[in-house]
Design a protein. Structure first.
Length: 144
C-alpha cells in the first residue's frame, strides 16, 4: 500500500516508462503511465531555479555562492536572482567558503571542489572518504 505519492522508473527498449501512483484518498488511487523518449527535453519547473536543500553560502569576488544536496551549486550577483551551476558531482555539499580569491566547497565522501569564479569547479583530492562539513580559509594558498 502506498502512503503518499511515489514514482517508479523503469527502462524499456531505450525509452523510459514513468509510473506515478497518486493517492486521491485512502482507498482511491490514480495510476498515471507515460512513455518518454530518450531525447525528450526535461526541465525543472517548480520550485525555480531548483528544489534541492541548500546547506551553506559564501560571498566573494562580488558573487554569492550557495551549495547543497546532490552537488547543487548556485550563484547570484544580487542574492535575489540565482543561477544553477554545474558542479561535476552528485555528492551532498555541506559547506562553502571564500578566501584568497578562491571559493572552496566541501561535502560528503571527502569531496572538495574549488573555483575562482563560482561557476567553473575543479575537484581536489582530500585524501579521505570522510564527510567534510565545514571549511574555513586560514591560508593564502591551498593548491598551486
Amino acid at each position: 500500500m502506498f502512503t503518499n505519492t511515489s514514482l517508479l522508473h523503469k527502462c524499456i527498449n531505450s525509452s523510459l516508462t514513468l509510473i506515478s501512483f497518486q493517492g486521491l484518498n485512502e482507498n482511491n488511487w490514480k495510476v498515471v503511465i507515460c512513455q518518454v523518449m530518450p531525447f525528450d527535453l526535461w526541465l525543472w519547473r517548480n520550485p525555480l531555479p531548483q528544489g534541492n536543500t541548500l546547506r551553506s553560502a559564501a560571498y566573494g569576488n562580488g558573487k554569492y555562492v550557495a551549495v547543497g544536496q546532490y552537488g547543487t551549486i548556485m550563484t547570484s550577483l544580487d542574492g535575489i536572482n540565482w543561477t544553477l551551476q554545474f558542479s561535476g558531482t552528485s555528492i551532498y555539499l555541506t559547506g562553502v567558503a571564500f578566501g584568497a580569491g578562491l571559493f572552496v566547497a566541501v561535502g560528503m565522501l571527502g569531496t572538495i571542489l574549488t573555483s575562482a569564479d563560482g561557476e567553473n569547479w575543479t575537484r581536489q583530492d582530500s585524501g579521505t572518504d570522510a564527510g567534510l562539513t565545514a571549511y574555513v580559509m586560514v591560508r593564502t594558498c591551498l593548491w598551486p
